[in-house]
Design a protein around this ligand. Structure first.
Ligand SMILES: CC(C)(COP(=O)(O)OP(=O)(O)OC[C@H]1O[C@@H](n2cnc3c(N)ncnc32)[C@H](O)[C@@H]1OP(=O)(O)O)[C@@H](O)C(=O)NCCC(=O)NCCS
Length: 291
């Protein structure tokens, strides 16, 4: 069994991304959370800064069992840390977090947030500023069935319809907390220039007399955004958009779909649970209290 004296600490540039991904993978198995977090490309996009500072704990055999990452940013450094489930409860996580905070972290991020991590962050005077449940539906268990009721129609994403998707996004999301003001061009670029974007799973809901009433965008393995105009909510449109997109994913031989839902959005979470999604973990962000 590894004890605290068995591990040696180093502060070193990150050269072995694959090792960190494997560590995240072991953590994900125990903690749940965002499955993408163990993906090399995702890891590199988040943490691939040339100014990245890391603190690493290794066993005598050289195995990486804990790592803290600190990347600079406009509003100060962002910290993330992880400890192999096999060596938890021995203070490694606290040591890493304290190193991050002493090094000036202004944001603490976790894609695999657990109750224990939340308690640790809170004990260091950090407050949660953002949290999402990570949910998954397994098509081997269930593919939601729900047909669009005429006269409503669903149209697939095309470049010609992109600005109408944007208008629906803006109307549906502008009453959400922390709604980001995005120009149509920026939003469309974010959505459609992602290599994982799937236009045939992305749908605009249209009514011949009323016009556009809702939308959904999807990526490989993911429901990205779904929104319905406030005046047309609780009429089953969200359910129709989601079930049609999920059916298309299942018909294209995908085994599952994931989504993130903010913990301050219980209505949407209820809709997802009703369709067969369950919670597989949480992700979150913390900042020092009062700062
Ligand atoms: C979430 C959203 C897309 C739901 O669309 P909708 O068309 O109202 O959803 P539906 O009518 O299909 O809801 C089906 C069921 O889901 C549940 N549900 C949906 N919204 C709910 C809410 N606000 N409160 C409680 N339950 C809700 C209910 O079980 C509902 O069935 P019921 O009306 O018979 O009780 C819509 O509220 C919205 O656009 N919100 C703003 C954008 C947003 O938050 N998107 C999700 C981001 S993760």
């Amino acid at each position: 069994m590894t004890t605290l004296t068995d591990v040696s600490w180093t502060e070193a540039p990150l050269t072995r991304w694959d090792e960190v991904c494997e560590l995240v993978d072991r953590c994900l198995e125990t903690d749940g959370g965002l499955p993408l977090a163990a993906d090399l490309e995702f890891m590199y996009s988040r943490w691939g800064s040339p100014a990245l500072v890391t603190r690493q704990a290794r066993t005598a055999e050289g195995e990486l069992v804990a790592a803290g990452l600190l990347r600079p940013g406009d509003s100060g450094p962002t910290y993330a840390g992880m400890v192999d489930p096999g060596v938890r409860g021995r203070g490694l996580g606290s040591q890493l977090l304290d190193w991050g905070l002493i090094s000036g972290a202004r944001v603490v991020e976790s894609e695999l947030l657990t109750a224990e991590a939340t308690a640790l962050f809170t004990s260091r005077g950090l407050q949660r500023t953002f949290a999402e449940d990570v949910m998954c539906i397994d098509f081997r268990v269930q593919v939601p069935q729900c047909r669009v009721a005429p006269p409503f129609q669903l149209w697939e994403w095309t470049p010609g319809l992109a600005s109408r998707f944007f208008e629906m996004y803006e109307i549906a999301f502008r009453d959400r907390p922390d709604f980001p003001e995005l120009s149509p061009l920026d939003w469309i670029e974010d959505v459609a220039h992602d290599a994982d974007f799937r236009p045939t799973w992305s749908l605009l809901a249209f009514h011949p007399d009323l016009g556009d009433v809702g939308f959904l965008t999807a990526k490989e393995g993911w429901i990205d955004q779904v929104g319905v105009m406030p005046a047309f909510r609780r009429l089953g449109l969200g359910e129709v958009l989601l079930s049609e997109s999920l059916r298309r994913m299942a018909d294209d031989n995908r085994r599952e779909a994931w989504l993130n839902v903010n913990v301050n959005n219980p209505g949407a979470a209820m809709l997802y649970r009703r369709l067969g999604f369950d919670v597989r973990g949480q992700r979150g962000r913390f900042t020092p209290m009062g700062g």
